[in-house]
Design a protein around this ligand. Sequence first.
Ligand SMILES: CC(C)(COP(=O)(O)OP(=O)(O)OC[C@H]1O[C@@H](n2cnc3c(N)ncnc32)[C@H](O)[C@@H]1OP(=O)(O)O)[C@@H](O)C(=O)NCCC(=O)NCCS
Length: 159
Amino acid sequence: MKNKFTKFISLAFKEFTVGLKLFSSQSARRKRNKPQYFNPWVTPFIGEHVSLQNTLLDCANKITIEDYVFFGHDVFLLTARHDYSKFLLQRQKTVISKPIHIKKGAWIGSRAIVFGGVTVGEHSVVGAGSIVTHDVPPYSVVGGNPARVVKYIKKGIIV
Ligand SMILES: CC(C)(COP(=O)(O)OP(=O)(O)OC[C@H]1O[C@@H](n2cnc3c(N)ncnc32)[C@H](O)[C@@H]1OP(=O)(O)O)[C@@H](O)C(=O)NCCC(=O)NCCS
């Protein structure tokens, strides 16, 4: 009787430890394979009298949109990028982000894309479809890919 009971206990224990090992190796594999996106989601700052039309704010870093700024349709503000010196899941997981600052009164045309690290100066204009990779000087009109200054604006006059 005692012998049968000991056998039963040791068998049950063996099954239990095998099950435990299986479970822990499965959960470790699941953990390893699960993409881990670094996504702190920083709350953007949006000033007064701001108008956005179907805008994508990628808030992996601070986005500041000052007063009287207005956007055309489908503008993307992309604060984040991936580290392409890495491969496969490492590339997916490593996120590098920089802030974006759109200063007072700027107008961003439809379908423009602004990258992280860019400041768009006050009262400047970003032409439709532009890809903005560098800072935009204040009172300027920029356009193209990459966006370049096409003209400057004086109050009431286009220079
Ligand atoms: C920015 C904008 C207002 C500039 O208009 P503009 O002052 O009449 O500009 P011009 O037509 O005189 O263009 C000046 C130069 O910049 C270039 N340019 C103007 N807008 C451009 C743009 N979006 N992308 C690339 N180049 C542009 C022109 O080709 C021209 O170059 P060139 O001198 O070599 O010929 C206009 O191009 C624009 O993008 N409008 C956006 C409209 C919009 O998004 N509306 C949505 C509702 S908010």
